[in-house]
Structures are given as structure tokens and as C-alpha cells.
Design a protein around this ligand. Sequence first.
Ligand code: TRH
Length: 359
Amino acid sequence: MRWDIFCQIVDNYGDAGVCWRLARSLTSLHGQEVRIFCDDLPTLNLLASGVDPEIRSRIDIQAWEASFANSGHLVQTPDVVVEAFGCELPERYLAGLLITPKKPLIINLEYLSAEPWIADFHGRASPQTHGIPKYFFFPGFQENVGGILIDPVPTGSLEGSATVPASLKASWALLRPNTKRISVFCYPGAPLLKWLGDLGSLGENFDIVLTHGQLQQLQFSSGHPTPIVALPNNIQLISIPFVSQDEYDWVLSQCDFNIVRGEDSFVRAQLAGKPFIWHIYPQEDRAHEIKLAAFLDLYLEDASQELKQAVTAAMAWAMPSHWLQSIEGWNSHSKAWHADLLKKQADGGLAARLMDFVA
Ligand code: TRH
């Protein structure tokens, strides 16, 4: 089938990250023909740059405007149109769909959530005055919702490939042997400097892999440049460049602990099978607190009371000295969660469920 995925980048990289991962899954695992129309090509191309050229060449990445460049006459009629995160289709593109003999299906791909209510809304029709069928599709962790994007499917080993990607060679050479590694990808507003200071006070060595932009965020976190030398010597900061999505996945697999943020890095941290802090995207109406609580209910369902308290505190940015004593238990829990997640997505996860749904 032909798929048109519409991706409007509200901010950051998450919208592009999810659309790209979906496109590659549909192409490489399900043999679909995919076009992505995106309003921010540089961001999308950056993420996509590391992928196997064979997969990359099969996905047609186009500017948003290219979707209606032929004044509504679609050169290729899609079978499925995906509106990622409820973005509105360009009017002239929609007009083109209305005059094609064969009507496609429109999928409104929603945000990932662990909230139980999504099961009632997943797959529901959203009647439109234009008459083209449109359905809600809710990604989620359970079997009765839309699943998660598991591509590239993690292999049996949690350690990932030992080969360091070229773009990370210089940074990786700075890592100290037998030293715990923590990757950091979070939003401004996290009490990171204090958190790292507390970690350093525990006496152990830690290498902190700061993703692109995090060092500046750290320096300016208190409103003015903060001297990073304020951190204890046992904390080594290593800044890495912005890397491709595959390379970022690799970084997560190589660290002992990951701090992640929007929906795509959040899922990849779980698939890395390591403990993580989810710095969830803050929303004005505090809806993120409900989303985080729903995830923790699921994630910690079988955990001991002690681990529940430790992880809940860590996710709320409690200082490591409050919960690091539970890290061994959290490590085992992360591996078990990873295995369970893959079991629940054994049908192929989001891309496969979307294929089934459309069929
Ligand atoms: O970038 P994010 O914060 O994105 C989003 C958006 O803010 C969006 O509007 C919001 O609704 C959503 O979060 C919840 O976080 P996310 O989703 O983790 O996306 C980051 C993507 O960038 C992910 O696909 C991994 C990728 N990435 C790289 O490819 N290279 C890198 O170096 C880094 C740090 C990330």
C-alpha cells in the first residue's frame, strides 16, 4: 500500500522521531511505500541520516507544500494517510483526496499513553463532513491498544553493537574504564546541576554523556553561566554532537542509566533495558503528571514497595542519594520490563497493528 505521513514539528525532535521510525518500520518490515510530508526537513533529515542507505532510499521525504504542489491533483493516490499527533492535513491536499475515485483511510496517530482510558478510544471512527473515513489510533503498552514502535527491533543482547559510530569516536575515547555512564537528554527546568552535584557527593566515578545542547542548558540553568567546575572531580561531563536516531539508540544501549524526555526517547530507554528517568514533556494543564503516574502504575505493578518508592522519587527528580541504593533492584526490574514489553509487542508492535487495522 501507499502511505502518506504528515508530520508537523511543533517543537524539538519528537514528532519527526516518531514519524521517521514509523516510516522505516512500514518500509523495511512491511514492504510498504511511504512518503513523509514534513514542515521541517532539516530536522527530519538529521534524524534519518544514519540509517541504512537501502532503507533511506525507499522512503520519500518531501516538504509539506509538496503534498499539494499539483493543485490538488494527486500524482499518487495514497491508500492510507497518517496525521501524526492530530496535525491538520493541508486543505489543497485534502481537496485532492476528495476527487480521487478511490478514497483512502485517514489515521489520526495520537500520543503514546499508559492511561487506561485509551483502550476505549483506540480504533474509534471520527466521522468527518468530507466523508473520508478517519480513525483514532492510540499507541500504548498493552495488547488492546496501538502498541509501541519497536523498530529497529532490539536483538537478544542488551549491550548493543561494540562498534563505536564514527561521529562518537572522539567522545567515546574520553570514557573511563569501569566507570558508570549516564546519558542526559532532558528539558530545561530539570535540576540537573544539583542532581549531578549530589551524585558526585556519593564518592563513585560517573561519566555523564550530555547530548547536544545539554551542556549549555546546564551552564545556564540558574539564569546565568554557572561554572561547571563546581561539580565534584569524580563527575566527568562528556558532550556529544547531535547524532542520527540510530546512533542515539546506540548511546542509550551503552549507558548504565539514561535520562530521556519526549515519547520516542522514552520508549527507546525502555527497550535499552536500563533504569531511566523520564523527564516528561511539561504541559500547562499538568496533564503530564497524570500521564507519568499512569505509566508508573504499569511499570511498577509487580515491583516491591521499596523499588516503587525509589523509582517514583527518581522520576520526580529526587536526588540520587535518596534512591541510588535501590539501583540493583531497578536494574533487574528494567531487564524484566524490557522482556515483558517485547512479549506484549511480539505481534510486531505499532507498525504491525496499524497494518492489521488498515487491512
Ligand atoms: O525532542 P523531544 O522532546 O520531542 C517531543 C516534542 O517536544 C513534541 O512536541 C512533544 O509532544 C513530544 O516530545 C512528547 O523528545 P523525543 O520524543 O524523545 O524525540 C527525540 C528524538 O530525537 C528521538 O527520535 C531521538 C532523536 N535524537 C537523535 O536522533 N539524535 C540525538 O542526538 C538526540 C539527542 C535525539
